[in-house]
Design a protein around this ligand. Structure first.
Ligand code: DGP
Length: 114
């Protein structure tokens, strides 16, 4: 998608601190971190949000969660714990229309979220 900021990161047109990549997934540090570790994990393929996924896209969720496990180990937060967040649509607080998970760690998370 030409006007999608995360597609531009996938294409290398915008720089990002990439921490992990494979054939279907890219992960990079959030521009506005909310925790000592704050990484966004996205499919290379443009999908607007979870609720617009098609059945054929569902295996990507396994790839994305596999990346979460790998990155948590890499970042040293696998044992201490972490939170995974997916904002979906306006009420979910989604601001970038390319499906992504937030991986947050390195501090104690509180509940309920705001
Ligand atoms: P969300 O609100 O769930 O759509 O989160 C979008 C996140 O994307 C937000 O935490 C800030 C981050 N973000 C927005 N633009 C950029 C960018 O150009 N580079 C990086 N690394 N992160 C970005």
């Amino acid at each position: 998608m030409d006007d999608c900021i995360f597609c531009k990161i996938v294409a290398g047109k915008i720089s990002a601190q990439i921490v992990h990549q494979d054939k279907s997934v890219l992960a990079f540090r959030d521009l506005n971190p909310q925790a000592p570790v704050h990484i966004l994990i996205i499919p290379r393929k443009h999908i607007d949000q979870i609720s617009s996924m098609e059945e054929a896209d569902l295996p990507l969720l396994g790839d994305i969660y596999g990346a979460v496990k790998t990155i948590a180990l890499q970042e040293g937060i696998s044992e201490t714990g972490f939170r995974v967040v997916a904002n979906n649509g306006p009420d979910g607080g989604q601001t970038v229309g390319h499906l992504h998970l937030h991986l947050l760690g390195g501090r104690l998370m509180h509940w309920p979220p705001g």
